[in-house]
Design a protein around this ligand. Structure first.
Ligand SMILES: Cc1cc2nc3c(=O)[nH]c(=O)nc-3n(C[C@H](O)[C@H](O)[C@H](O)COP(=O)(O)O)c2cc1C
Length: 302
């Protein structure tokens, strides 16, 4: 029987699946449901210092093979959200608090709040593609370095930096995060995209431009994970378009230690976690592997 447990920068995961940020991670009760369905860790919606309404509707549009969203980082603000994290203190699976801000001071402030509330790790959202001030951080490696270094100096839980595919060289950005002290990286956030209504010629999203997620971006995620994991020592969490166990295996073979699942929950509901975990288990069993780590980055040998 293969061992599905994964050690992710000190976080003990019972299997390699995690809930991706922004999809269901808005309340403790929803996160409990996701964990009950099999996810080994949950990532919260990205939380900022102040409450934020986000963009007006439409904020999401379904396209072939994915979704384009421009929510605009709507969230209740850290003071209101802290309670949701505290309610998960006795929770069996690790809670990863996703935070966003425009500068290192605010990132540090948020990090201290969520750690005190009981978060087991912190994911830095420096990569939201449709919010001014946030999308720029992952495009400016010196700013990114400052943010990661500042958060690292005020926290003791693992720091995960969430990277954007909307850059020329994602490996260069990932290396800056690693050098600044990030304990892991997540690759990838959504891909900048747009949809236009052809009868009227109008951009469909109120914000016009949004981020593409779902099956359409899986090959981009595979490439990013492959490139980053070959260049970095810290673990990589694969994210982007995972819809079935085969997609999860592909990301593990590319070099991911764990995989996050977001958009596919909309297609397959929460049963997707057990489906993927069973599929990974059978894949390992059929090939005589004893643990998940045995296949992480296996594609690098070719
Ligand atoms: C509706 C929606 C909201 C999202 N909100 C966030 C967010 O608050 N913070 C973040 O880091 N990523 C957010 N994301 C990006 C996802 O966490 C993930 O990186 C991306 O969707 C790719 O994975 P997927 O194809 O499995 O959805 C959001 C994605 C969607 C579809």
């Amino acid at each position: 029987m293969p061992n599905l447990m994964v050690d992710l920068a000190g976080l003990k995961l019972r299997n390699p699946t995690m809930l991706a940020a922004g999809v269901m991670g808005i309340s403790s009760s929803l996160m409990r449901r996701v964990a009950k369905a099999g996810a080994a860790a949950v990532v919260t919606k990205s939380i900022g210092v102040e409450p934020r309404l986000g963009y007006s509707n439409p904020t999401v549009v379904a396209v072939r093979c994915g979704l384009i969203n421009a929510m605009g980082l709507s969230n209740p603000g850290i003071r209101a959200f802290t309670n949701e994290i505290m309610l998960l203190k006795q929770f069996k699976v690790p809670v990863v608090a996703s935070i966003f801000a425009g500068n290192s001071e605010r990132f540090s402030q948020l990090a201290q709040y969520v750690e005190k509330a009981g978060a087991n790790a912190i994911e830095l959202n420096v990569s939201c593609p449709n919010v001014e001030g946030v999308s720029q951080i992952c495009q400016d490696t010196s700013l990114l370095f400052k943010v990661v270094e500042a958060v690292k100096s005020v926290t003791s839980v693992p720091i995960i930096t969430k990277l954007s595919p909307n850059v020329t060289d994602i490996v260069h950005v990932a290396k800056a995060a690693e050098e600044a002290g990030s304990d892991a990286v997540t690759a990838i956030n959504t891909v900048r995209a747009m949809a236009i209504e052809i009868e009227t010629g109008r951009p469909i999203l109120a914000n016009k431009i949004g981020g593409l997620s779902g099956p359409a971006i899986k090959p981009i995620a595979v490439r990013c994970v492959y490139e980053i994991s070959r260049a970095l020592k810290i673990p990589v969490i694969g994210c982007g378009g995972v819809t079935c166990w085969q997609d999860a295996i592909e990301l593990l073979l590319a070099g991911a230690k764990a995989v996050q699942i977001g958009t596919a929950i909309k297609y397959k509901e929460l049963g997707i976690f057990n489906e993927i975990v069973s599929g990974i288990k059978k894949y390992l069993e059929d090939r005589g592997y004893r643990k998940v780590d045995d296949i992480v980055g296996l594609s690098h040998q070719y």
